[in-house]
Ligand binder design. Sequence first.
Ligand code: P1T
Length: 413
Amino acid sequence: MDDTSKAGIGTKVIHAGQRPEPITGAVMPPIVTSSTYAQRSPGEHTGFEYTRSHNPTRYALERMVAKLEGSDLPEELDASCGGFAFSSGLAAIGCALELLDAGSHVVSMDDVYGGTNRQFQRVRKRTQGLEFDFVDMTDMSKVERAVRPETGMVWIETPTNPTLKVVDIAAVREVVKSKAPNCLVCVDGTFTSPVNQRPLEHGADIVMHSVTKYLNGHSDVVGGVLVTGDPELAERVRFLQNAVGSVMSPFDSYMTLRGIKTLAVRIRQHNASAQEIAERLEKHEMVERVVYPGLSSHPQHAVHRKQTAEGGGGGGMITFFIKGGLAEARAFLEAVRVFTLAESLGGVESLIEHPAIMTHASVPAEMREELGISDTLIRLSVGVEETADLMADLDRGFEAAKGAGTSAVAAGV
Ligand code: P1T
């Protein structure tokens, strides 16, 4: 299928940027493992010189992701249409930061993945002299106050990991561009995938994903992508991807492309199942509070509906606070059997974790407290198993938590 620009997302995830391999007609791209390519004469080559710089399997994935995110850069202008794949999500974030000059000012969402926070605070401050201000971008007056004329980048994560705050991308862009026209607006869209949310359509300059999560969807690849629809930015990212060098391997590119074929059907199932589970959790006696963008009780539910495709699909991530304390949380996490206690998210299998001890342990303790990443916060990545089995598993967890025995809840106070 040559032109998928007007096709629905369920068609795009299969055909966008893809074409049969010209020699054999293979419908899936071959995994080209060669690190280098023969030249006819010095400097005279087929367009492929060395795999860090150019690789046909990686290009096939990069074109796909670029088109899913709505980049309309033609291949004649940029070989991978503005999509760039990296060896991890954090490597993609690192490349985005390399767009900035030493000493630049960055405004970041306050709640971001712990590894993102760690790279900002414990690496880039020291190695690049970047200055970070962390603000809650659900409050536009805080964005207004934080952005300065010289601010180089605004880093949005939405929905955020793990407290699922939703940021109005278009509103932030408007404030940023009025105060700092050259400032880059970057969005980490890992929690939604382009099926639910496409930040470029809301005015972002760059969208980033940990493809380790929904895009690949099978918990067997670590990778990241950046996408831009701006030709000048694409040229700069292409230069940095090659110059810094943390590219995705051909095999992982193939695996991710294969995973993406089912992205739309997976996400629709994640949306439906997580919505049902979130609504049920909200009524549970052992639950203090549920945070899920698809619930009308979510503080930014209206922004979420405005910004999200799929009829406001809430995604597969749910955060809730269990009644009691760490003992109840621990008993719950140890008792579940269908949900696996593990870091990461976005795969077909359901995962569960404790951010304060696991994924966000690297966030400074006082910042965790401010953000509400407490001992009773539990994060669910709802997979595509039968919803009824997932609910029964959560009930098993709650039964175990009730017997945890150390808290006011268990003591019946
Ligand atoms: O793990 P990696 O592929 O390097 O991606 C980092 C990353 C970036 N952005 C978001 C929103 C993420 O959630 C992650 C990785 N997160 C986990 C491993 C986790 O369990 O939250």
